[in-house]
Ligand binder design. Structure first.
Ligand code: ADP
Length: 406
């Protein structure tokens, strides 16, 4: 690749002879040359003339070349402008290092060998060209990602409204069905409206997960932390799904080694965490199996473990399952419906609360999802409100869990 007359190089040197020599060498190759004889002049010319590269003598009459370089690299408009330090003082390695530490991209020692100078300038311009293409590609990718996030947020909200209308209409039609006299028709209508309701709730859950994921991506997720009894939150959620899990002939056990533990957390996020783990445990465990929710108090943190005797996860898939949109592709899964969002969301919510999640699993034997959450207290104590909030969670859980998987 040949860099010709469009490339502008600024030579900064207080020695006119040195400038003439450098200009001669570089003009010959086709570069357009502009000159400055001190640091102040250089900084002004960089703004006005927008060179593609600066050749910067270190020993200037006003400010040092090091200082000029620092100013170039700390200005967002010029931070990517390549700087080649030159000096007859680069006798010591410390000087080269200092120049590079001040942001210079390369250095040369006077007297300059013309061929070496041209080769270095070409190489620096080539690197700059590649970097600028990469920056443009990165910017394009980021803006495409922003558009996708915005689209997902819009579409999720657009989907939510009609689904809510469908659910309300179904509730109304169930009132009417109740009065139908012909039992056969009545039962059929109940059955079909039940199917519609169940699938509407599945869509609502998917949409809610999508909204949460897009909120995380756009940085708009709120942490509504308050000091609450985390044991009660986990216990109530577990109890709220108990009858449904048991109706699937799966045993559900809740066990804790502490009755109460007050910690600052976002109950809404804890709900999503436990709900998704219980939902997966139920989905991937066959009739006759067992799900155990255990809480272990470790003083400075608690461990919540959701363990099942389900199909298990192969070693190769254990880390992948926390990635977004990923599902283990295995036909032995008795129910592979889902979006692959659940565990990614769970991981984000756990980490946003300073915790971590791991999985232990033996393929064909079962899985144990272990959530470790730190115990912290915040100033504002709103435990009373917390209790009220729990009622609405459990109510919501009862509806969603049974309706999603009946
Ligand atoms: P999905 O909506 O597909 O369930 P998740 O992110 O919740 O998405 O789970 C990702 C994948 O992890 C699932 O498709 C499944 O392959 C695997 N998985 C999650 N939980 C369990 C479990 N308790 N037992 C076996 N496999 C599981």
């Amino acid at each position: 690749m040949e860099y010709t007359n469009k490339i502008k190089i600024l030579i900064v040197d207080d020695d006119p002879t040195s400038r003439i020599i450098l200009k001669k060498i570089l003009s010959k190759v086709g570069y357009e040359i502009t000159q400055a004889d001190c640091g102040k002049d250089a900084l002004e010319k960089i703004v006005i003339e927008k060179p593609n590269l600066v050749i910067l003598d270190i020993d200037l009459p006003d400010i040092t070349g090091y200082e000029v370089c620092i100013q170039i690299k700390s200005n967002p408009d010029t931070e990517y402008l390549p700087v080649l330090n030159i000096s007859s003082y680069f006798t010591k390695e410390e000087d080269w290092i200092h120049g590079l530490e001040c942001g210079a991209d390369n250095y040369l020692t006077k007297p300059i060998n013309p061929q070496v100078l041209v080769a270095i300038v070409k190489s620096m311009l080539k690197i700059q060209n590649t970097e600028s293409k990469l920056r443009i590609a990165l910017k394009d990718a980021e803006s495409a990602n922003d558009i996708k996030t915005q689209f997902l947020a819009n579409i999720s909200h657009e989907l939510k409204t009609p689904i809510n209308v469908i659910v309300s209409a179904l509730q109304m039609s169930n009132i009417i069905i109740k009065d139908i006299a012909v039992p056969d028709i009545k039962n059929k209508l109940y059955k079909y409206s039940g199917m519609m309701k169940q699938n509407s709730y599945r869509l609502i859950r998917l949409i809610n997960n999508l909204i949460d994921i897009t909120k995380i991506d756009s940085g708009f997720i709120n942490m509504m932390r308050r000091n609450v009894d985390i044991i009660k939150i986990v216990e109530d959620i577990t109890l709220s799904v108990a009858s449904f899990v048991e109706s699937k002939q799966i045993e559900l056990i809740f066990d804790t080694d502490i009755e109460e533990k007050i910690t600052a957390c976002d109950p809404d996020k804890v709900e999503t965490i436990i709900f998704n783990l219980l939902s997966n445990a139920t989905k991937f465990t066959n009739a006759g199996g067992k799900i155990t929710v255990n809480i272990f108090d470790m003083d400075e943190y608690i461990i919540i473990s959701v363990k099942d005797t389900g199909i298990g996860i192969e070693d190769v898939d254990k880390q992948k399952i926390f990635e977004r949109f990923l599902q283990v592709d295995d036909t032995s899964h008795r129910n592979n419906e889902g979006s692959g969002i659940g565990l990614a969301l769970v991981k984000s919510f756990v980490e946003m609360q300073g915790g971590e999640i791991t999985v232990e699993s033996t393929y064909g034997v079962g899985s144990n999802f272990i959530v470790k959450l730190p115990i912290v207290l915040i100033d504002e104590i709103k435990e009373k409100n917390g209790d009220n909030i729990m009622e609405s969670y459990v109510h919501k859980m009862n509806i969603e869990f049974s309706d999603v998987y009946t």
